[in-house]
Design a protein. Structure first.
Length: 223
């Protein structure tokens, strides 16, 4: 299978190897696939590069002077900005204990040198794609957990709740007008004057008032 048959998701890859020949081969191979590649030759340079901008994936050699790949991975996993960055270890060691150690410190894969370029490209493409999906899920989770925002109206005031409880608490103008009209009619009926005529005498006018209408009213005079 040809290397050109791969169409990986493009990403930023940090390549760490103290062997310049390996570093050059990896850089050219990944760049040809459309990846942005940042090559460094030591663990300290790798930590500085990752702190400046978190990569999408790290290809990390184990046997390096000054700081081993295991130590570099541990420090990457200890930082909030780089703890979720996938790390693929590269090493000439093929012992089971070496591979177990790589996974214990946070590695997601292990490639034995001399590696096959096509196999390495396939592993890189897989983990870069998984990293992209992980970010999408994280963004969706944060969006779902965010509190709802109230949309302002054109006048700048917040929109009014349309639930039944708010409608009962805040009657509409038409409802208030209808209630006022009903109160007026009720008062008119209960306070209506009644007349009685006895043996040709002048009618005596009586007014009966309900308790609610008596307040604030002047008593009617009786003739």
């Amino acid at each position: 299978m040809s290397e050109k048959s791969y169409q990986p998701v493009r990403g930023d890859i940090l390549v760490v190897d103290d062997t310049l020949v390996n570093l050059r081969i990896l850089t050219e191979m990944l760049a040809a696939q459309g990846y942005k590649v940042r090559p460094v030759t030591s663990g300290l340079q790798a930590l500085q590069a990752a702190a400046a901008a978190a990569p999408d994936l790290v290809l990390l050699d184990i046997n390096m002077p000054g700081m081993t790949g295991y130590e570099v991975c541990q420090q990457l996993k200890a930082q909030a900005d780089t703890r979720d960055v996938p790390v693929i270890f590269m090493s000439a060691r093929d012992e089971v204990l070496d591979k177990i150690r790589a996974f214990e410190v946070g590695g997601v894969d292990y490639v034995t040198k001399p590696f096959h370029l096509e196999e390495l490209l396939a592993r890189v493409a897989t983990h870069v794609s998984l990293r992209a999906l992980q970010r999408q899920l994280e963004d969706a989770r944060l969006l779902a957990e965010a509190p709802p925002r109230r949309s302002p109206t054109r006048s700048g005031a917040a929109t009014t709740c349309s639930t039944a409880c708010c409608r009962r608490a805040s009657p509409t103008p038409s409802a208030r007008a209808a209630a006022s009209s009903a109160t007026t009619i009720r008062r008119s009926r209960c306070c209506s004057a009644t007349s009685s005529t006895t043996r040709g005498r002048p009618a005596t006018t009586r007014r009966s008032r309900c308790s609610s209408c008596s307040a604030g009213s002047t008593p009617a005079s009786t003739r």
